[in-house]
Design a protein around this ligand. Sequence first.
Ligand SMILES: *Cc1c(COP(=O)(O)O)cnc(C)c1O
Length: 368
Amino acid sequence: MIRFVDLGRQHAAIHAELSLAIENTVQSGTFILGPTVERFERAFAGYCGVAHCVGVGSGTAALQLALEACGVGPGDEVIIPANTFIATAFAVSERGARPVLVDVEETSKLLDPLAVEQALTRRTKAIVPVHLYGAMVDMDRVAAIARAHRLTIIEDACQAHGASLNGRRAGSFGAAAAFSFYPSKNLGALGDGGAVVTDDAEIASRVRLLRDLGQRSKYDHIVKGDNSRLDSLQAAVLEVKLAHLDAWNAARRKCASRYDELLMKAGLATAPRSVGEPVFHIYAIPVKDRRQVALALDEARIGYGIHYPVPIHLQPAYEDLGYRPGDFPVSEAWSAHTLSLPMFPELTSEEIETVVRTIALSERAVRV
Ligand SMILES: *Cc1c(COP(=O)(O)O)cnc(C)c1O
């Protein structure tokens, strides 16, 4: 049996470190924010190459709070890709702003800068490039558009901890960026968690207020805020895991190269190509007959995922935006054929061979 993501192997390898960190937190008696959270915030800001990190309750909350701190609100339009996890869109609509969807590039399946230019209106306030699959959006081109039209960039880096472009890490390109520490992310907590990172001290201090009920000091509430804080226990776990992140990302890259090599040898398509250095949160390939391949994988007890089966504009929740099938052909074709293969740092070369052999047999049967 090969799982899609096997966190058990990761946790077994660092069990002693995790237990100690958890025990120390229990002993400390501080469970919400506090010194452990502050320590992790400093470490993660340093890792991303930015001045500030603010720990929050989830990646979705991080996106929402970043948008709010950057002044996005009712009447504003925010450009996002049609091929993303739906939380990107929800964060925009939760602010009372309108998500304006654009198609993705054929080669990378990531936000298409040309489509962004065509979607600009007088109401456009911000762009949210999503570094989906742990692959970097072409930020040089997105930044040029943002500069020319005075737009704010808020990166959705929820799948891209440690990815880089021209020596700069994901999260260091926008006015602010959102990270998720959902357990299966490249840097995952043992529960929900997230962070906003930024170089801007004012944005950081606004997010700090907003995440903690708008209080400047206890019971002195200067703005209407949320309750969206990072737990001390999660920060302690994340601090332990952060020290391993580069090694884990390197192992993911090795797995991805092995997939590339074997898939090419079998005459199958590899994962999309992108600029920069990806960290392979997900390794997704296009297959001809997804139902058939899924059956074959089920039979071989191999896990898989689909990221994502329905693009945002065709989700019932967004009927009100008025999009129709055919509006974003690249995203639609991709969602119909994409299949995500097992991917985690401890995946072995033999397991990768088994996965590719199973898919190759199934896809060959389709052609006959
Ligand atoms: C995981 C994820 C989110 C949301 O993060 P949560 O911590 O689950 O709220 C947002 N955007 C993308 C692209 C994600 O993968």
